[in-house]
Design a protein around this ligand. Structure first.
Ligand code: GAP
Length: 438
């Protein structure tokens, strides 16, 4: 069983990882802000994704499209018509539910009678320009995918790409979720990491398998426990309006198995619809075979917030060390918000403080490095353990004489003395390999 969500929420607040948005005004339904350490963690997750899906492949391009789009986009994509949740209200306690989330015909909270289901469109409506009239209506994008589809021809032609190739994008999406909850799992504003991979019809099933495999492995490579991950194929009635097939990568969150990422075979639905609504030719001509076709699309669509939350939950540990509780985030080095903490053993010794500060400045080239002298060494270690800092470097009285410092490994708590003149290289090696290098 994984940790309870309350412990994660409390750690995130206490250690500057995630705060409630506009907390001083009582907050706003399920909207969260990433604090100084949260922003580092989420950036590292996004960078690991970009690295895996763009830099390590030769069949991918990146894109950063705008959130606001011509409103016809949402007609063509089918979101205006079909991006709805069926809602029911309890006539007695007035609580509201997504029909899909509740098993029976009665209110799960009080057993009261439920209203008939109503369809509710999840897109946030807004107005472009000063006049709030129908002609100025547009929407905040509910998925980043459409920004990719409308740029398919631009990217394909300008980058001289041949099918198969894909486009990756990270960006904010917005959904007026009716029943948000479970911390950052389901929010109204969130970040997606999406790929639209364009393939020749007929090759789509093997590319679908390829991407399911690649995306599952990505979570394993980041150190997520294999037993907390699974694949779940969608039943026909669960498929989104555009999908031919879909499989979810699920994580065992504290509330149970839930979606981390969906990998869908969207067929030619999107390019065909955009071609129809824009009256532009969005087909592809294969010079080698002289065939013209509308590509099929395989879409691995992940959530940066959900991946970050799963990584936090998965890394959370509580242990007993010499009769005291130790909380730590056993997180992969590349994801850790802080890589190195430099701690002087005595903060009232100017020579030790001076050496420690100089060392911290020198180590900053290896990743985020902090200097901290605001508590006793035991408390400083615990603080760094709680935010997953893999290495603490302690400067003590002896360091002034022997020009060596102590490096402590977060997970094993093992310590080694390392000469100052080789410390940067040593930590570089540790950061790359994990644990204490030989
Ligand atoms: N373009 C396809 C698409 O948007 P989706 O399954 O609706 O598919 C993809 O969303 C991913 O985006 C989800 O697996 C999840 O990680 C993330 N996501 C979706 N809605 C979210 C929400 N309300 N809060 C946080 N993340 C969300």
């Amino acid at each position: 069983m994984t940790v309870e969500m309350d412990k994660i929420v409390s750690l995130c607040k206490r250690r500057g990882i995630i705060f409630q948005n506009s907390e001083i005004y009582g907050g706003i339904g399920n909207t969260w802000d990433y604090g100084p350490l949260g922003v580092e963690l989420k950036r590292n997750v996004k960078e690991a994704w970009w690295d895996a899906v763009v830099y390590r492949r030769d069949d991918m391009e990146g894109l950063d499209a705008a959130i606001l789009m011509n409103p016809t986009t949402w007609q063509a994509s089918g979101h205006l018509e079909s991006f709805t949740d069926p809602l029911v209200d309890c006539k007695k306690c007035k609580h509201r539910f997504r029909l899909d989330d509740i098993g029976g015909a009665a209110c799960p909270d009080c057993g009261g009678e439920l209203t008939e289901a109503r369809s509710f469109n999840l897109m946030f409506k807004t107005f472009v320009g000063p006049v709030e009239e129908e002609a100025a209506v547009t929407y905040l994008r509910p998925e980043t995918a459409q920004g990719i589809f409308v740029n398919f021809v631009n990217v394909q032609k300008m980058m001289r790409r041949k099918i198969p190739f894909g486009i990756a994008q990270i960006g904010k999406s917005f959904r007026n979720e009716i029943t948000p909850g479970n911390f950052t799992f389901r929010t109204r504003e969130f970040e997606q990491m999406e790929i639209e991979f364009f393939v020749k019809p007929g090759t789509d099933e093997s590319w679908y398998e390829h991407w399911v495999d690649q995306r599952f492995r990505w979570y394993l490579d980041l150190g997520v426990n294999r037993d907390h991950l699974r694949l779940r194929t969608h039943e026909a009635h669960e498929l989104a309006h555009y999908a031919k097939a879909c499989v979810d990568v699920e994580y065992l969150f504290p509330m149970g198995w839930s979606e981390l990422e969906g990998i869908a075979n969207r067929g030619d639905y999107d390019l065909r619809r955009h071609a129809e609504y824009s009256r532009k030719d969005l087909s592809y001509f294969d010079e080698a075979t002289k065939e013209r076709y509308i590509p099929y699309v395989i879409e691995p669509s992940a959530g940066a917030d959900r991946a970050t939350l799963a990584i936090l939950i998965d890394a959370y540990r509580e242990e007993e060390v010499r009769g005291e509780k130790r909380t730590l985030l056993a997180i992969a080095n590349r994801l850790a918000p802080i890589k190195i903490a430099v701690l002087p053993l005595l903060k009232n010794r100017a020579d030790i403080v001076d050496l420690a500060r100089k060392l911290a400045a020198d180590l900053r080239s290896e990743g985020k490095t902090v200097y901290d002298d605001t508590a006793s060494i035991g408390r400083l270690y615990r603080r760094q353990d709680e935010v997953g800092t893999p290495y603490c470097v302690t400067v003590d009285v002896q360091s002034l004489d022997d020009r060596q410092v102590t490096v402590r490994d977060r997970d094993s708590m093992r310590q080694v003395r390392i000469p100052l003149d080789g410390i940067r290289e040593y930590l570089k090696k540790c950061l790359a390999t994990g644990g204490l290098a030989e």
